[in-house]
Design a protein around this ligand. Structure first.
Ligand code: SF4
Ligand code: SF4
Length: 354
């Protein structure tokens, strides 16, 4: 472990130094909530925020981005790649796990050049969560309350100082030449150990099933009547997917000028919870009802992404629970599915019991 210690009083100076070389984005207060936004002054950044409305996904996969411009009836194409060196400050570990999932999805198969260009030029700076950020968060259940395997730089609040865990060359580059840090000593190691061990009892488990059981739970719950009940309640608004750090569905829009020979193609966020998301040529809608769309969303998060990318498509951040006006939450839904499954599991065990 490559660890250094920085006094909290040095943080503004460090952020201002970063701003000289990078586009810096960090958590900031906005109308009583917190958002990731461009930092114009170090005083705007709040490392002790609970959660943000939108996740850092909005930086790596913007809500709307131009993919390329074309001219001459499409004979001249110019890709629009965003390669501004960027530092994303203050990510909670759940959001870092979400970025790891996006990296895998956009990096595999036909790699997405727009996402990867932005991602390669972006350095992530995490902040250790010492308190649960909301009642809807269940990061401990999902295994995202600790750092992912790969990270750049991670900060731990030690009171009047920050412990800095350096995980990559990109992370080390952010500290190079900054002399208001010191090497760690035995007392720092003890302090970090104490802070880390004290935080765990504050984070309750909220799911009745283990994360490794969720794919199986969704597989046996496809015909559950719960989907119909939730479908009756759901507004089909798509808010749950828009605030989700792991949802990445998008649509394409072409904008063409009056000459019909010059224009651009844009990518915009889409949502599987919206009506007509699954309409195909000929007009057939594969998921016409809200119940079917909800079931799809849960199946995709807890089963399909685990099957295809070996990572669960939910990091337990709780944003969807906060955004849903009719209180449809992952914790409640998964726990109710798990309770419904319980009698069936009991019957099976009775059959095989000697
Ligand atoms: S499904 Fe909900 S809790 Fe899970 S990552 Fe998405 S927004 Fe967070
Ligand atoms: S936020 Fe709630 S009401 Fe809106 S689509 Fe999602 S589950 Fe349905």
């Amino acid at each position: 472990m490559n660890f250094k210690v920085m006094p909290k009083a040095a943080l503004p100076e460090w952020i201002e130094r970063l701003r000289a070389d990078y586009r810096v984005i960090g958590p900031q207060r906005k109308q009583g909530e917190f958002v990731f936004a461009d930092v114009h002054s170090a005083t705007e950044v709040h490392f002790d925020y609970p959660t943000t409305i939108l996740p850092p996904k909005k930086v790596l996969l913007p809500q709307r981005e131009e993919l390329f411009a074309f001219a001459g009836n499409g004979r001249a194409l110019e890709p629009s790649l965003d390669d501004r060196p960027t530092v994303l400050l203050g990510l909670h570990t759940c959001d870092m796990h979400a970025v790891a999932l996006l990296d895998r999805v956009f990096g595999r198969g036909v790699a997405d050049q727009h996402y990867l260009t932005r991602r390669h030029i972006t350095t992530l700076v995490g902040i250790e969560c010492l308190e649960p950020c909301s009642d809807g968060a269940f990061c401990r259940d999902m295994g995202t309350l600790t750092l992912p395997d790969e990270f750049d730089l991670h900060m731990i609040d030690l009171g009047d100082e920050y412990g800095l865990n350096i995980g990559s060359e990109k992370g080390a580059a952010l500290l190079r030449g900054f002399d208001r840090m010191r090497e760690t000593n035995a007392d720092d190691v003890r302090r970090v150990g104490r802070v880390m061990s004290q935080k765990w009892p504050r984070f309750p488990y909220r799911l009745g099933a283990d994360v490794t059981e969720l794919a199986g739970l969704l597989a046996v719950s496809q015909r559950s009547v719960l989907w119909d009940e939730l479908g009756e309640r759901c507004l089909g608004c798509g808010a749950c997917t828009l605030v989700c750090p792991t949802c990445y569905c998008f649509d394409m829009i072409d904008e063409v000028d009056f000459s019909l020979s010059v224009g651009s193609r844009h990518r915009v966020w889409d949502s599987c919870q919206l009506d007509r998301f699954a309409v195909v040529a000929g007009g057939h809608d594969f998921r016409a009802g809200r119940a079917a769309r909800l079931r799809h969303r849960f199946s995709r998060k807890y089963k399909h992404l685990a099957d295809t990318h070996e990572l669960v498509g939910c990091v337990g951040c709780g944003r969807c629970a906060a955004a849903c006006l009719v209180h449809i939450t992952p914790v409640d839904t998964l726990n109710r599915l798990n309770k419904q499954r319980a009698p069936q599991a009991k019957r099976q065990s009775e059959v095989v019991a000697p």
